[in-house]
Write a protein that binds this ligand. Structure first.
Ligand code: 1QQ
Length: 394
């Protein structure tokens, strides 16, 4: 990893000024804690005080399919980092129970009770639109690891994500499917009640227009729906649907795809980040075959450290990692790099340095974060074959 700039007198002065005074309008003042400033920089940084990191994840209810993997990924990374020495991390995990109300309470706890230096999560964009403004006004950096909806980094100066935006995932999966399968006409089915899936719907329409693909059926539903007969009948009535583009969380994806297949709708189904889940593929069983998935990570990718990550994770948790685990694991390393840049684990320093990460060679591939909080990374497109994710060669 390299940073856009290295620490120096100007940087130290700026940090002092920022931490001594109000951070910005509307942001609580954050005083710098000297015990979180160590000696040395980079790999030589040593901080005596334990650095507290909060992780607000959906460990139960609808998004637990992702939250469980995220908890495991981040725990593995911090164990490795603690073993490497120099900085000791304490990870404080809170379950937001896939609920906006509980995610607000969880953010409040880690910010005020635990006084963490940085927060990882929440799992869903739906919660991020409410909780990230709280982190912003408290002056606590927050790093989203699976919050892929449009507009997340715009929520504030302290808000970052290392999660590939859904816009980028779909802008890869739809053209790859077009090239491989020769798609001309599609049905678009989407959950209009969730921030992430509704925002993905906007992207889907843009990408389809760019690709000259015609939408012949467009139907919406809600997150907790389980019966998709009405929407699927519209698809079934037509005989010219080359593919179904689906924007849904797994809770709706499983019954929807299963019902589509039992209605003999055989068109390929294309999606984004939410589909990159072995839990989803397991639940769908045979109905998962041929699913085309745009996302941020693949077990088949030859990225730096990926093979070792997969081995260590599988050994520790007795199951293979997924994209959510990989992004959470990477977040811990990005936070560690941001702290080591100035050997300073204060909130302000982490905020400044997270936005300076350039071309970090991670298990997700080469990844950068900028001051706006946005990530840049190459997407991967996969297809499910024999129950396994394979890279889709376009
Ligand atoms: C979001 C997502 C979900 C699929 C994460 C589990 O990408 O809510 O933004």
């Amino acid at each position: 990893m390299r940073f856009k700039r290295i620490s120096g007198a100007a940087m130290a002065a700026a940090l002092l000024a920022a931490s001594a005074a109000c951070v910005s309008e509307g942001t609580e003042s954050t005083s710098s804690d000297d015990s979180l400033v160590g000696t040395g920089t980079g790999a030589d940084c040593e901080i005596d005080e334990t650095v507290k990191v909060g992780a607000v994840l959906s460990l139960t209810e609808a998004a637990a399919f992702a939250g469980g993997y995220q908890q495991e990924g981040i725990q593995l990374a911090f164990e490795e980092l603690n073993a490497a020495g120099g900085i000791t991390y304490e990870l404080i995990v809170e379950d937001d129970k896939t609920s906006v109300e509980d995610s607000v309470i969880a953010f409040e706890k880690v910010i005020n009770r635990d006084k963490v230096s940085v927060i990882v999560g929440p799992t869903l964009s739906n919660m991020a639109f409410t909780t990230f403004p709280d982190a912003e006004s408290a002056g606590v950096p927050a790093l989203g690891i699976s919050t892929t909806a449009e507009g997340i980094p715009d929520l504030g100066d302290y808000i970052f994500r290392n999660s590939l935006p859904e816009e980028v995932a779909l802008a890869a999966s739809i053209p790859a499917a077009k090239e491989t399968l020769g798609i001309e006409k599609v049905a678009v089915l989407y959950d209009s009640a969730d921030e992430f899936t509704a925002s993905a719907y906007n992207t889907i329409t843009d990408v389809l227009t760019d690709e000259g693909i015609e939408v012949v059926v467009e139907e919406s539903f809600e997150t907790t729906d389980t019966d998709f007969a009405a929407q699927l009948t519209k698809v079934k009535e037509r005989d010219d649907v080359d593919a179904v583009i689906l924007s849904a969380l797994p809770g709706a994806t499983v019954p929807l795809v299963t019902q589509a297949r039992s209605l003999d709708i055989t068109a390929p189904i294309i999606g984004g980040n939410a589909f990159n889940s072995p839990v989803l593929v397991g639940l769908l069983a045979d109905a998962a075959e041929g699913l085309i998935v745009g996302g941020a990570w693949s077990a088949a990718s030859d990225t730096t450290g990926n093979a070792e990550f997969i081995t260590n994770y599988t050994e520790k948790y007795d199951r293979a990692p997924d994209q959510f685990a990989a992004q959470a694991y990477t977040a811990a390393y990005m936070i560690d790099q941001a702290i080591r840049a100035d050997c300073d684990a204060n909130r302000e320093a982490i905020k400044d340095n997270l936005g300076q990460i350039l071309e970090y060679d991670s298990i997700l591939g080469t990844i950068s974060l900028d001051e706006s909080g946005e990530v840049s990374q190459e997407p991967v497109v996969q297809i499910v074959e024999n129950g396994q994710f394979k890279l889709l060669e376009g």
